[in-house]
Design a binder for this molecule. Structure first.
Ligand code: FAD
Length: 293
């Protein structure tokens, strides 16, 4: 089933992201965690893709397992920045052979110490979107977007201009980078719509459940942490169990506010934590009484 059909269905949905193992020694434990998450019957799931090798081979096998075993539609991430055209074609063949029909088309981060080189086969996600369309026009393609502006962009106007190019190339929906203040997302929506982008925008919510994760996450994404969250961190950050609960409550508050303001689909970065995914699904059990179309 295509992810866009789920996003366009009438009822609210909550979808969950997982990541594949970096090394084969972790495959079984990570597969088990992703299966526990799939058993919660989210609207759909997404499986991330490690740029520059590492986890790339595992994205497709984890995604295929979840879709076949749990009948949950899966969005396989695919990035292009350090790949050749041949490499991307091979990945697309793998995805197709696995029966997967949904791809989140990404550029990926520029490897440290390098610049976006003219010699590379790909420079931006838009080129990957075009490539996927050429490969198989029936694949449902999503893309990433950044309510707090992508770190490589000079300003939001430029960023949204390029986002429009990506959508025009064939992105059917967009998923946002995490944010911790919903007003940032609502402001972004106004600007995106004003720029003529009409596809669904699915907000991405990250339950921050421990301090180490927090430092890593914020350093990578450039996301701003509101004072309200920092107070919560000051109070509960040193107590692991309390911090986990506080992070789930904070994410739940963000999600209920999004649903209440008419956003139908929310994507949660579940970080392969079934217990966190379970709490969230429980928190929205009445609201999410929906039927897959
Ligand atoms: P793009 O859409 O190409 O944008 C990157 C930058 O280039 C932006 O600043 C944009 O404005 C600019 N730009 C675009 N086109 C042009 C142009 N023609 N000229 C000049 N500038 C241009 N990374 C992974 O490695 N694996 C994953 O699985 C993964 N999953 C993600 C999921 C989500 C929902 C999000 C939000 C991010 C994810 N990332 C992942 C991170 C992502 O790869 C990085 O943020 C990366 O730096 C940008 O990827 P993009 O697809 O958004 O790039």
């Amino acid at each position: 089933m295509k992810v866009i059909d789920i996003i366009n269905s009438e009822n609210p949905t909550l979808s969950l992201e997982v990541f594949p193992p970096k090394v084969s020694a972790k495959y079984e434990s990570i597969e088990k965690a992703t299966e526990e998450i799939a058993a919660l019957k989210p609207g759909f799931m997404s499986v991330t893709y490690g740029a520059g090798g590492g986890t790339s081979d595992f994205t497709v096998s984890i995604a295929e397992n979840l879709e076949k075993k749990f009948d949950v539609p899966v969005l396989a991430h695919l990035s292009c920045i350090s790949s050749t055209k041949e490499g991307v074609r091979t990945q697309l063949e793998h995805i197709k052979a696995a029966g997967l029909t949904n791809i989140l088309a990404l550029r990926g981060d520029i490897p440290e110490g390098m610049t976006n080189s003219e010699e590379w086969d790909y420079h931006y996600a838009t080129e990957l979107v075009r490539e996927i369309k050429e490969f198989d026009k029936d694949i449902c393609i999503g893309g990433a977007c950044y309510p707090e502006v992508h770190p490589d962009s000079e300003n939001q106007v430029e960023d949204i201009k390029h986002l429009k190019e990506k959508v025009d190339a064939g992105c059917e929906f967009l998923t946002t980078q995490m944010f911790f203040d919903n007003n940032i997302f609502y402001n972004f929506l106004y600007k995106v719509r004003e720029a003529g982008i009409t596809v669904p925008i699915v907000p991405g919510i990250m339950p921050l459940t421990n301090i180490n994760q927090l430092k890593r996450t914020l350093a990578l994404s450039g996301t701003v942490l509101p004072l309200r969250f920092r107070y919560l961190l000051d109070k509960f950050g040193s107590d692991e169990a309390a911090m986990k609960q506080a992070g789930i409550i904070y994410a739940s508050e963000q999600i209920i506010d999004l649903y209440a303001n008419g956003i139908k689909n929310v994507h949660v970065y579940s970080m392969n934590k079934p217990e966190v995914a379970l709490k969230l699904m429980e928190n929205f059990s009445e609201i999410l009484k929906w039927q897959r179309p």
